[in-house]
Design a protein around this ligand. Sequence first.
Ligand code: GTP
Ligand code: MG
Length: 215
Amino acid sequence: MKVIELEKKVLKRNDEIAEEIRELYKQKGIFTINLVSSPGAGKTSILENICQRLESKVNIGIIVGDVETENDAKRLSKFNVQTVQIITNGACHLDAKMVKNAMEKIDLDKLDILFIENVGNLVCPTNYDLGEEMRIVIVSTTEGDDKPLKYPPMFHSADVAVINKIDLLPNLPSNIDEMKKNLLKIKPGLKILETSAYKGTGIDALCDLLLLKKK
Ligand SMILES: Nc1nc2c(ncn2[C@@H]2O[C@H](COP(=O)(O)OP(=O)(O)OP(=O)(O)O)[C@@H](O)[C@H]2O)c(=O)[nH]1
Ligand SMILES: [Mg+2]
């Protein structure tokens, strides 16, 4: 009983900070996206592709969360973007306070789009609002068609689903139509895109969607 009450309190405080930073993003005209997925689904690889295409068109900031290492920030810092790595030291998700602190290291006046790459996990980040305007869940073909059914809250909380690693489909028993059916079962009307970050397939459509929503 006490554990549930503490969790409610923690989430309430998180929601308050998330509202604060959402207001700040709004004032500054920054479009913010929270990228969630299981570990290794391709969040950083998709961001690398997006940076390649958009770095000369819009001012991009990326806050990256990982339990350990600065590997992802290093991968992304070769682009003309502002990057900040958050090391959670064991926590399996980012929270609004961590994002608020990380934002102090970013020049918000030189920012159009802020990506927040969450810690790879299909459970923990679900209830933590980061003040984002759009939540994108990435699920890769190698994870199996049933993942939306097994982790429904995360898929239900998303505005867009990206099915990544479609280049591997010919070598897999998984069925992309089944994956899409399961995504729509959890969230009817969910926008679904297919990508291969390895081949660059489908990234233009994703960038178009982001630029359209940013307006
Ligand atoms: N074949 C194939 N491999 C991919 C694709 N996207 C990513 N990968 C590979 O998958 C592995 C994990 O990709 P990352 O981009 O690091 O995944 P991530 O979601 O950022 O991982 P974490 O931050 O650790 O959760 C890397 O070896 C990538 O090269 C893809 O579309 N096709
Ligand atoms: Mg990553």
